[in-house]
Design a protein around this ligand. Sequence first.
Ligand code: HAX
Length: 424
Amino acid sequence: MSLLKQKLAGILPDQIKDIKAFVAANGDKKVSEVTLAQAYGGIRGVKALICDTSEVPPDKGLIIRGKELGEITDKLPEEILWLLLTGELPNKEELADLQADLQSRQDVPTYVWNILNEMPSDSHPMAMFNTAILVMQRESKFAKNYNDITKAEYWEYTLEDSLDIIAKLPAIAAFVYRKRFDKGARIEPKAGADLGENYAHMLGLNDDKGAFANLMRLYLTLHSDHEGGNVSAFSAATVNSALSDMYYSLTAGLNGLAGPLHGLANQECLKWVLETMEMFGGTPTDEQIEKYTWETLDAGKVIPGYGHAVLRVTDPRFTAFHAFGLENCSDDPVFQTVDRVFRVVPEVLKQVEKISNPWPNVDAGSGSLLYHFGLKEFEYYTVLFSVSRAIGICSQSVIARAYGLPITRPKSLPTAKFKQLVNG
Ligand code: HAX
């Protein structure tokens, strides 16, 4: 048994006992109320979901298992996976064991390459990526064993599927890039490389100094989890609650990530930045950015990379990317434009009364860094986000199955009933 599985098998029983006792003693206590505006407003702010992997206080941003982002930006994605699942960072031996386990699962079935090769050449990279995951559903150990296992064992098979998937995603994602953008033949994984390093290697971009591999490690760490209510995590959790396996659940979540108000914002964001540069013939001045920001808003469009449903401060994930940019590509004109946009856009958005949060989110800056290292096809960026978000979605699903959470089923009402409720 892997050390990760041993560790979980050791800690989960007490956690489950504690939760059962907590709910039994306090099950009738009220934790949230719902207004009509919330019912018609995306259920914003209603506290009715459990997520023990991470939380997002509006005034701080992402905290993973009690650790603020600043404390863990130097950690490998594999360490973050261990942290999300167990609540602790792995020691050296545990990390090596997890890495070896993932490496033993990284071979992708040949039919995946064949199916991707047959997809229309203008398919969106996210459609290709999600197709590849879904087509592997036949490999699910949870689905294969479902009729022979007890509810108490669900988490183990969900963990098995999760590790199988996470191990394969860098190779699949890299293939999608090389195939979709005519970059040449598939590159085999590098023996002994960590997840981020291997992903960078298989994308095939020039990386003499290893800085791009560092960016990939940071990228996979920063996007991994963002509590339970965001579209990708919530969609995946809902599907998983029906005991659909990880292949079905993860693709459900990642299909949500492919929306422009969620993960696709990173492709939209760089597009917007490049548009300003093209319009003004290079890095624009503050005045030019301000003008283009107002033009975008007046055209009824959003400024991608700015605003957030929960956050009310600059996203610490943006801050981490920004710091990486300052260190690695401060003289790059695209990064300089992002830097300048960061100074100008919040001041404009603050003047628009309806906008709750004028500050940058995770998507505002990451594209400029990828662009700097030659990953210029911004339609691909949400795939990178997906490889990372899979780590959080899978972790949340393993824990949900361990807790034995039931099928998700909130209550909906027709507008006429809401009118009756409000008017008596
Ligand atoms: N530009 C223009 N208008 C914006 C805006 C922005 N960046 N952010 C919010 N608004 C508008 C909303 O569209 C909304 O307008 P309407 O009432 O006319 O529909 C109004 O301000 C109130 O919205 P809000 O309460 O501030 O924010 P929401 O919780 O409704 O939405 C969003 C949060 C992230 C969807 C929103 O800020 C947005 O569309 N931002 C741009 C897209 C983006 O960057 N998305 C990525 C978010 C992070 C993420 O999930 N990454 O995956």
